[in-house]
Design a protein around this ligand. Sequence first.
Ligand SMILES: NC(=O)c1ccc[n+]([C@@H]2O[C@H](COP(=O)([O-])OP(=O)(O)OC[C@H]3O[C@@H](n4cnc5c(N)ncnc54)[C@H](OP(=O)(O)O)[C@@H]3O)[C@@H](O)[C@H]2O)c1
Length: 348
Amino acid sequence: MTDRATAPFSIATDGIDPALVPQRVLASGARMPAIGLGTFGSDRVTPAEIAAAVRGAAEVGYRHFDCAAVYGNEADIGRALADVMARGIPREALWVTSKLWNDRHAPADVAPALERSLRDLRLDYLDLYLVHWPFPNHHAAGVTVDSRDAHAKPYIHEGFMATWAELEKLVDRGLVRHVGTSNMTIPKLELVLRDARIRPAVNEMELHPHFQQPELFDFVRTNGIEPVGFSPIGSPARPERDRTPDDSVDVEDPVIVRIAQRLGVHPAVVCVKWAVQRGQTPIPFSTKRANYLANLLGAVGEPLTEAEMEAIAGIDQNCRLVKGQVFAWKAGQRWEDLWDLDGTITPP
Ligand SMILES: NC(=O)c1ccc[n+]([C@@H]2O[C@H](COP(=O)([O-])OP(=O)(O)OC[C@H]3O[C@@H](n4cnc5c(N)ncnc54)[C@H](OP(=O)(O)O)[C@@H]3O)[C@@H](O)[C@H]2O)c1
């Protein structure tokens, strides 16, 4: 009997041929699958379950995986990726992203952090390495939103560019194919674009029907930066500590529910379809085969109608879910201060 983990790789009979999955062409000319699997289990889903989802997702046709050192599961995911490659998926067919955590921004820490991610993921290069947050402020996994790093700092552009220069060297060394940003704002990106030797290929940003960020979305696309959308379903299972009373629920929105009923799918799939069709690359998280398969099918299946796309454009609530409170750098700050809402970088 052949063990499932060592059997030669073939796409599951109900899976999707990866060649059918829409691709984004980056400024470099590289092609990135326009849907990826998220891998942040928070404190709810174990690394082993996520690694199993990575294997299963590869079997149904996913080739894009959104990882991060801080998710604490790259070693498990690395074993899963090694399995799928041993069974015949070539490395070049995969798109693997990882992220530099906030306590590794010091220039001397960047290469060791990347090398650790590569070792854990069992890869000799990454397709994309992101600076996870523009703030060099650490917080431990699972802390409450009112905890603060005693040495917390604001965004200091010179500091960020010193970190960025180290990412650029990783590209020079062939360890990273593309570099990118995450959780950025327009004024911060303007400075990065002014000063970077290698421009960000991607900006990973929160994007779902109730948080469409139209200005930032347009800004990055106009500047040849691909938007990758995190929490594309509105992160319905995020921990209680990450919820506030004003948060709205995308998958309960009547517009989304009505379209889901027409298509006979879960509202989550409508969020994914909208994202792919709008032009961002969603990275939905799921460890349930039926759900991650439904999301991939959604990305390749019947498009939403123009009227449906317009209806979803009209339900934006400007409802940011990942507020980043823990990164505030001084007492009494509001989470809004992290996001440069008046178009200028919040002063120290
Ligand atoms: N750059 C950053 O700072 C940042 C921040 C947050 C997240 N991310 C990335 O973005 C990824 C996704 O975001 P997220 O995990 O916050 O939330 P999300 O993808 O919006 O939502 C995930 C939730 O939706 C459910 N779900 C997924 N597909 C479904 C379907 N077809 N039907 C019903 N339910 C479905 C999942 O439940 P089941 O597991 O039960 O299916 C899971 O609870 C993360 O995993 C991470 O990789 C990045």
